[in-house]
Design a protein around this ligand. Structure first.
Ligand code: B12
Ligand code: SF4
Length: 675
């Protein structure tokens, strides 16, 4: 009996993330194995619905007037579907239409109504929809996505939700959406259908990533776990819940062979192991990594991506993805690799087959044009060897580091080596691990420093300082990446506002403000560190209490003398006044100062906190210089980008507290007078 092909939709909510959705990539492989049709979408579900209606609309009208390049009008047509604005229809969409105008107009109106009157709700198209989830702090957008996905699936029981957040907050998701998520891994057979396939063990389907506009910054890479779970149960970590069983080695090389054959060789190896050094089979893991082509000094020559894409296009693996991919590759080729007469020749071929615009590019024409382009493409494509790197991105556990294991790590191109420094209590083991790394010639380290958990603010300073001191002493580069703790369960897990026991709102903002310019990176140099965080703990705490604007525009306010004035007043407070002032500052809310304290000196001190960026007319050259330096570093090193937390994605300096500008001006002049 012939199996019925199912329509499968995979959704990743519209949040920012660095790694592609590994779970969905495995599920895509699974459904393709079963002969189902798979579509991937990342973004807003409403927009997806409009896209789908647009495609149906185009199917209807394309032949009614074949002279119009309808796809060039995509954005306006989509706008019309959303708004049913007749001006758009008459003035722009129907412009130049000569054939079947009345009929075409009716179809547009029909599809406009179809969206606006939500008729699609009565005609769901998808046999199964999967929504993946990631960080718990993306709660709102994930719940919204699940809610909106409900109308897409024929049978609500076929709406599946899984992944990290679904495993940490399953009850909350069920309460909010009525959908009971699938918790944990898909590591047993028969989890989704009645068959023997273990989805977790399948190779990833890379093709789905070309179906969407979003670009993950990982670049060409193999993503995998060579161990699962962890041997420890740290209270701040969800691995014991997500992956409760420690598997000390997962055979990987065969999966890579499949990926290589289907999608081409990948550049780097990104490993998500939670605690690889806990594995007694670590020597075997390192050997397998070497066998996969990741040995010290190994290089990578990019395969002919166009040839692979055309092969997959011919095989009908994922037409939408490979049309997009071919278009992108040819566009880049034309813009970057060909010059003069060859460029003209390539341009003419692309033009002849309507391949210069994604909206007019078709599979049929790509296959026709390819034989004319393939020779030049092969001749001129990039063939320069690039170094390959291995990144254990979750960090390694210093407590498991031995001489033997460090030596093994130094035999593969680990870049950077990440050693977790989760709390000050592990200082001894941590320092020992760093010294061993230096001894084995590992010079670049990027280390995670957890804060805002049960630690004290001074612990963070001390750990950063240890890294600065060790870098100088050992002649290595240790970058510190402070990682703010976010709860794993309950209400507090749903956003990033949690304040740890020994922390307060002001201190957290201050840390963020200090490292905002460097996007979260604390570089190894002493002079920058001391300027940014203080020469010693007293200096550090002074910075933590300092007005945010003075922290960010350090130079400007120092030059104006405001910082000195603030320090003078802050340090002149009596013990009692200081306690009162600190109590107010720590809450980081400076509205209605008069109501907060009766003490004139404290009131005067608090005026400094009202000064905002808008009051600073002069440019802070120092700030721009530092920012430019770090932007360059991030751009030039993918692994730095992959370490940065989302706390620094938006320009924090743009998003400071709004305070009424009148009062600011008044306070400003008073401060100026007192100086
Ligand atoms: C890789 C990773 C990263 C990467 C990027 C992740 C990404 N996707 O963009 C990097 C290194 C950048 C990173 C950073 C951070 N991370 Co992180 N990270 C991970 C890690 C190791 C894997 C996450 C992942 O992508 N998994 C892919 C999964 C989904 O694939 P899979 O396991 O093969 O999927 C299986 C199942 O999940 C399931 N499944 C998946 N999807 C679906 C969908 C359906 C419908 C179904 C049925 C099943 C299903 O089936 C699959 C097959 O078995 C997890 C720890 C872990 N072991 O899970 C932490 C983890 C997600 N990270 C965590 C944290 C806290 C962070 C940071 C916020 C740290 C910080 N304080 O700054 C940063 C934030 C990043 C930022 N830029 O701000 C926490 C999250 C806690 C929380 N409250 O949500 C975790 C859980 C680690 C921990 N120790 O607790 N991280
Ligand atoms: S050692 Fe690392 S992975 Fe293991 S429980 Fe602790 S924090 Fe999580």
């Amino acid at each position: 009996m012939k199996k019925i092909q199912r329509n499968i939709l995979l959704i990743e909510p519209d949040y920012k993330n660095k790694y592609p959705p590994i779970g969905l990539m495995k599920i895509a492989t699974y459904h393709r194995m079963l002969g189902d049709k798979v579509v991937f979408y990342k973004g807003d579900v409403k927009n997806f619905i409009v896209e789908q209606i647009y495609e149906s609309c185009l199917d209807r009208i394309s032949d009614l007037d074949g002279n119009i390049k309808w796809r060039k009008r995509k954005d306006i047509i989509k706008d019309y579907i959303k708004t049913k604005n007749s001006n758009l229809l008459n003035d722009q969409i129907l412009k130049g239409v000569n054939k079947n105008k009345a009929l075409i107009t009716e179809w547009f109106k029909h599809y406009g109504d179809y969206y606006r009157k939500k008729k699609y709700v009565d005609e769901p198209k998808w046999d199964r929809v999967y929504v993946t989830t990631l960080f718990t702090f993306y709660w709102k957008i994930t719940v919204k996505t699940i809610e909106e996905a409900k109308v897409l699936v024929k049978d609500i029981n076929e709406l599946h939700v899984g992944g990290v957040m679904a495993s940490l907050l399953p009850k909350e998701i069920e309460k909010a959406t009525g959908i009971k998520p699938k918790e944990g891994l898909l590591d047993k057979s028969g989890e989704l259908d009645d068959n023997d396939i273990i989805i977790d063990e399948l190779p990833l389907d890379y093709s789905i990533l070309d179906e969407i506009d979003y670009k993950y910054p990982t670049g060409s890479a193999y993503f995998t776990f060579m161990t699962k779970g962890c041997t420890r149960t740290c209270a701040f970590c969800s691995v014991p819940k997500l992956e409760p069983i420690y598997k000390d080695k997962i055979d990987t090389i065969d999966k890579f062979k499949v990926i290589k054959k289907q999608y081409g060789e990948q550049h780097n190896l990104l490993l998500m192991d939670n605690n690889v050094l806990a594995s007694p089979r670590f020597p075997e893991i390192v050997q397998e990594i070497k066998d996969m082509g990741f040995y010290k000094g190994a290089t990578y020559v990019e395969p002919n991506q166009l040839k692979i894409a055309i092969k997959n296009l011919k095989a009908g693996i994922n037409d939408k993805a490979y049309v997009n991919r071919c278009f992108e590759l040819l566009k880049r080729f034309l813009e970057k690799r060909v010059k003069g007469k060859t460029a003209q020749k390539v341009y003419d071929i692309l033009d002849e087959y309507n391949l210069l615009d994604i909206d007019t590019t078709t599979k049929e024409n790509l296959l026709k044009a390819y034989p004319k382009l393939s020779e030049e493409y092969e001749r001129l494509r990039i063939k320069k060897p690039k170094l390959r790197f291995v990144d254990f991105n979750q960090g390694t556990d210093a407590r498991y580091v031995t001489d033997e294991y460090m030596k093994l790590m130094s035999e593969i191109p680990i870049y950077p080596l990440r050693i977790a420094f989760d709390y000050i209590g592990m200082r001894k083991q941590y320092e020992k691990a760093i010294r061993l790394a230096a001894r084995y010639g590992i010079e670049r380290l990027s280390n995670y420093l957890l804060f805002n958990f049960t630690d004290k603010p001074e612990d963070l300073y001390n750990r950063m300082k240890i890294n600065v001191d060790l870098s100088i002493e050992l002649g290595v580069h240790i970058y510190s990446f402070p990682m703010k703790y976010i709860p794993l369960y309950g209400e507090e897990a749903k956003d990033r506002n949690y304040i740890g026991k020994h922390w307060n709102k002001k201190f957290l903002r201050a840390i963020q403000a200090v490292i905002n310019v460097t996007k979260g990176i604390v570089a190894p140099g002493r002079s920058f560190f001391e300027k940014a965080f203080g020469k010693n703990l007293d200096g550090y705490f002074e910075i933590l209490y300092m007005p945010e604007t003075y922290i960010i525009y350090r130079k400007v306010f120092e030059d104006l003398g405001y910082t000195q004035e603030w320090k003078r007043v802050f340090n002149s407070l009596s013990e009692k006044e200081l306690a009162e002032a600190k109590n107010i500052i720590e809450k980081n809310n400076f509205k209605d100062i008069e109501k907060k304290t009766k003490t004139p000196k404290i009131r005067y001190l608090l005026q400094h906190y009202l000064i905002t960026r808008d009051d600073v007319k002069s440019d802070d050259k120092y700030l721009h210089r530092v920012r430019a330096k770090y932007d360059k570093l991030i751009k030039s090193d993918k692994f730095v980008d992959l370490t940065l937390t989302y706390d620094f994605e938006t320009d924090y300096t743009e998003a400071q507290n709004e305070v009424s500008s009148e009062s600011v001006l008044e306070w400003k002049s008073r401060i100026a007078r007192r100086r």
